[in-house]
Design a protein around this ligand. Structure first.
Ligand code: ADP
Ligand code: MG
Length: 354
């Protein structure tokens, strides 16, 4: 392709909602033979809503110290939701937005925070795992809250490997989360530990409830995947979410189960890309393999390492800033079908316009 053809191609991309960061991108894109999709926010809409909510404090007595001096609309029936929303307030993750939005309508969350001396600090997003924050209120106390995956919610502050927490509560969490997953919801754990006890290993972290989040499939996901397969492209899905949920989604959009990787860390996603880039298929000459570039499509902070590692990183425009920055192509309209448009365009530029 001539430089002019590449320039024209980039321009055509722009009018079709594709932000292509340089001519070299189109050259790599026309060699793509494998596309790896993220799940949450990419194959699913990311406009998630809160489904089931199981509050473990429901059966506690009101003289429990955790239930005293709470903000006015917060009680034992919504303590878990309130704390989860506090911790998720600063996260861009689709699950976070579902939790915060629900809390806003259910307990007037905004009011609670600004008017009643509630202080939320030390907010941290741990990509692929969840969020953590310190929630404080005079008279009530100071608690570290975690929302997210089982092992993360269970772990001691600052520790990467898991310290056990109160087993009966934890077992109830597992039971409830499995129940949520069977209904197709993403189950997350909400746990707390008092700020006074963070260095005291005898004090356990408590799971105070689990939240189920409903996320629907992106309308174009199934047809996009079918179209890519028609172009002779192998399609994979790689997610930080649990296997049960991942398989259900893959099946619904037509991705083979052997091409599904679940429970994958952000680094694990990048490792998968390297593995796919290096593999050599049966009966394939080295020359053919060098043609086989790998594209990644993702939306989250947790996808940014993989997006950078990929030969062609493609970010959903509505995704997080970090993902958009790490990508080579941005789908400005956030329409998944534009993945096909981008790859098709690159093939036109490099194979037909000479
Ligand atoms: P995906 O790879 O499908 O985009 P993520 O890596 O973003 O999924 O998330 C994987 C899992 O980590 C989620 O299913 C959830 O259990 C947990 N998680 C990640 N971020 C959050 C968050 N902000 N709040 C709660 N849980 C989270
Ligand atoms: Mg995602």
């Amino acid at each position: 392709a001539t430089p002019t053809a590449v320039m024209v191609g980039t321009g055509v991309g722009a009018t079709n909602g594709l932000l292509i960061k340089g001519g070299a991108v189109l050259e790599d894109a026309h060699k793509v033979d494998t596309v790896v999709f993220d799940k949450t926010g990419t194959i699913t809409t990311g406009r998630a809503t809160l489904g089931e909510r199981i509050e473990f404090m429901d059966n506690s007595s009101d003289d429990n110290f955790l239930l005293q001096n709470l903000p006015s609309k917060v009680d034992k029936h919504n303590l878990c939701l309130w704390l989860a929303a506090c911790a998720e307030m600063n996260s861009e993750h689709p699950l976070a937005q579902a939790i915060v939005n629900y809390a806003k309508t259910a307990i007037g969350f905004d009011f609670t925070c600004s008017k009643e001396g509630v202080k939320v600090s030390k907010c941290a997003v741990i990509p692929g795992n969840g969020v953590e924050a310190l929630v404080q209120k005079e008279g009530w106390g100071s608690y570290w809250v975690r929302v997210g995956k089982r092992d993360f919610a269970k772990a001691k502050l600052g520790s990467t490997n898991n310290e056990e927490l109160s087993t009966d509560v934890s077992r109830r969490g597992d039971r409830e989360v499995e129940f949520l997953r069977k209904q197709g919801q993403v189950g997350v754990y909400v746990s707390i530990v008092s700020d006074n006890h963070i260095n005291d290993t005898s004090k356990k972290r408590y799971v105070i409830g689990v939240l189920g989040i409903l996320d629907s499939l992106e309308t174009n996901a199934k047809s996009t995947i079918a179209a890519l397969k028609n172009l002779g492209i192998e399609v994979w899905m790689c997610t930080g979410d649990h296997e049960l949920t991942a398989k259900a989604v893959a099946e619904a959009v037509g991705i083979e189960l052997e091409n599904v990787c679940s429970d994958v860390s952000p680094e694990g996603k990048a490792d998968l890309i390297t593995r796919l880039q290096k593999r050599k298929r049966e009966n394939e000459t080295l020359n053919e393999r060098q043609q086989g570039k790998v594209a990644v499509v993702g939306d989250g902070i947790n996808d940014s390492v993989a997006l950078a590692r990929a030969d062609v990183g493609i970010a959903i425009g509505a995704g997080t800033e970090v993902a958009v920055e790490a990508a080579d192509i941005v789908l400005v309209r956030s329409n998944l079908h534009d993945v096909v448009v981008a790859l098709h365009l690159s093939r036109v530029v490099f194979n037909r316009i000479k």
